[in-house]
Design a protein around this ligand. Structure first.
Ligand SMILES: NC(=O)C1=CN([C@@H]2O[C@H](COP(=O)(O)OP(=O)(O)OC[C@H]3O[C@@H](n4cnc5c(N)ncnc54)[C@H](O)[C@@H]3O)[C@@H](O)[C@H]2O)C=CC1
Ligand SMILES: O=C(O)[C@H]1O[C@H](OP(=O)(O)OP(=O)(O)OC[C@H]2O[C@@H](n3ccc(=O)[nH]c3=O)[C@H](O)[C@@H]2O)[C@H](O)[C@@H](O)[C@@H]1O
Length: 480
């Protein structure tokens, strides 16, 4: 029986391995992690991550051919194929701080593999890593090899949170990069035969190592670039009276451009887009490609601009101050259908409003108080480390309360800000919300989910990203 071990039981390691296990009953899959609480949760009824369809997949094979364990060394030693899916955060100190990928966790995983292995292994990069990382990993493994042979493969993951299970069941493509030697090709074939259990062969792309590593960074950069492009247009729409949804539709019906990923928003979030683009920028700089670095850096700058533009719209609309005013924040996750808050635009918006002394009342259907308080207390890039190694959060912010529903959040508030496009926010009784609010009552929709006309009829002053401005906002000076 082929044995697979995955180091890192996170958003990628957990779902990916669960799908491999469910699709390949002949393979034994162990997912291991240094975080005891994470592994306990994977072995319980309350999985550590919320992902539609995940519970069902895990229940089908856990205890049969899928195991979650903290016995990292034993499972690595026994495996034929070792996936590494550990954190690759942005460095916060030293060379490349604020841009370069911190490969501490990757390096320690590689050293541990070298220490405990007693048989030949295929080591698979599942984490997103800088191009050329495989070379560094190869060096660590071969310098400590004790005669054991390793083949390094790059097999980046393209799943998106909220749709992870459907993305894994039916991927656009699976990408495998390997050395172009006989042993390299054999390793690529071995991994290909795992995916071939359910992925059509023409969707399994095989490339050299560096193309696979770079393609992952490139794909995320292209995706994020589309969002920054439409978000840049949203600012121009507000200035001119165009409607960004109409512009995006008109642009996206060109078959060369396509309709997906053109939704204007308060800014993209999630654990990877910013980190991966910063990583790309750093690699370009290290290769003397300043113009290319500048091009991609602009994607992040526009995203930061979009978030601060939103905060400025809120504050300037409300007589240039939100000090002491209650503002309801609907949604905190970085997108709907996930409880993940990593790099969510809501963090920067909330911090901006708190900076202007607002009192926030936050509701998200999947995110609890402890997580929100922690997110608002952590500094940039501090979140992307194993849970037990994160800095202890400071005490709860006094200006922030986390409540159990949208109506409670909005009661007595001066404004409502929609930060996540949860379906339930579309169907709220906005008449009831209006009744309970201070007047004038404002809605700032960072996701274009509310029915602007209906809300204006109720009496709200409404700001919606990239939409023709409410007369109230039109007369205010433009904000940047
Ligand atoms: N979250 C996502 O949707 C996607 C993430 N990725 C990439 O996958 C990688 C992992 O991301 P996530 O799963 O989101 O992170 P995560 O933080 O959810 O999971 C990483 C896990 O690795 C564990 N870990 C760290 N060092 C370890 C070690 N030496 N030994 C054992 N366990 C260790 C941590 O405790 C943690 O549970 C990152 O490189 C990320 O860029 C790629 C595609 C999608
Ligand atoms: O490497 C990764 O981590 C993953 O990053 C993204 O997946 P994810 O971050 O989970 O979610 P997305 O659906 O890409 O959304 C990212 C952010 O962009 C925002 N977004 C997305 C699409 C859009 O049109 N407009 C927009 O503002 C979302 O609300 C969210 O905040 C990619 O879509 C995945 O292919 C990739 O594997």
């Amino acid at each position: 029986m082929v044995k697979i071990c995955c180091i890192g039981a996170g958003y990628v390691g957990g779902p990916t391995m669960a799908v491999i296990a469910v699709k390949c009953p002949s393979i034994e899959v162990a997912v291991v992690d240094i975080s005891v609480s994470r592994i306990q949760a994977w072995n319980s009824d309350q999985l550590p991550i919320y992902e539609p369809g995940l519970d069902e997949v895990v229940k089908k094979c856990r205890g049969t051919n899928l195991f979650f364990s903290t016995d990292v060394e034993r499972h690595v030693a026994e495996a034929d194929i070792v996936f590494v899916s550990v954190n690759t955060p942005t460095k916060t100190r030293g060379l490349g701080a604020g841009k370069a990928a911190d490969l501490t966790y990757w390096e320690s995983a590689a050293r541990m593999i070298a220490d405990v292995s007693k048989s030949d292994k295929i080591v698979v990069e599942k984490s997103t890593v800088p191009v050329k990382t495989a070379e560094a990993i190869e060096r660590i493994l071969t310098h400590n090899s004790k005669g054991i042979k390793y083949q390094i493969l790059s097999n980046p993951e393209f799943l998106a949170e909220g749709t992870a299970i459907q993305d894994l069941f039916n991927p656009d493509r699976v990408l495998i990069g390997g050395r172009e030697t006989a042993d390299g090709k054999k390793a690529v074939d071995a991994l290909k035969s795992v995916y071939a259990h359910w992925v059509p062969e023409d969707r399994i792309l095989c490339t050299n190592l560096w193309s696979a590593e770079l393609s992952k960074l490139a794909a995320n950069a292209f995706l994020a670039q589309r969002i920054s492009s439409v978000n840049a247009m949203s600012a121009l729409c507000e200035a001119t009276g165009a409607d960004v949804a109409q512009v995006a539709h008109a642009v996206g019906t060109d078959s060369r451009i396509g309709p997906k990923f053109l939704k204007a928003s308060v800014g993209f979030g999630g654990s990877c887009f910013q980190k991966d683009i910063l990583n790309l920028v750093y690699i370009c700089e290290c290769n003397g490609l300043a113009e290319v670095a500048g091009y991609w850096r602009q994607v992040i700058k526009v995203n930061d601009y979009q978030k601060s533009r939103f905060v400025n719209r809120v504050v300037s609309s409300m007589f240039n101050t939100v000090a002491g005013k209650k503002v309801a924040i609907l949604g905190f996750a970085f997108k709907k259908d996930t409880g993940d808050t990593r790099e969510t635009a809501a963090i920067d918006v909330c911090k901006g409003l708190i900076g202007d002394k607002a009192h926030l009342s936050i509701f998200d259907p999947q995110v609890g108080e402890a997580q929100i308080q922690k997110d608002l207390a952590l500094n940039k890039f501090e979140w992307d480390h194993p849970a037990h190694l994160q800095p202890a959060a400071a005490g709860a912010a006094k200006q922030v309360s986390v409540v159990r529903d949208a109506y409670e959040a909005a009661k007595g508030a001066h404004a409502v800000c929609v930060m996540t496009e949860w379906e339930e926010f579309k169907g709220l009784d906005y008449g009831r919300i209006y009744e309970g609010m201070q007047k004038p009552a404002f809605v700032f929709d960072g996701r274009n989910v509310v029915d602007v006309e209906k809300l204006r009829e109720i009496g709200f002053i409404v700001y919606s990203i990239g939409k023709p401005l409410d007369p109230w906002l039109k007369d205010l000076p433009a904000v940047a």
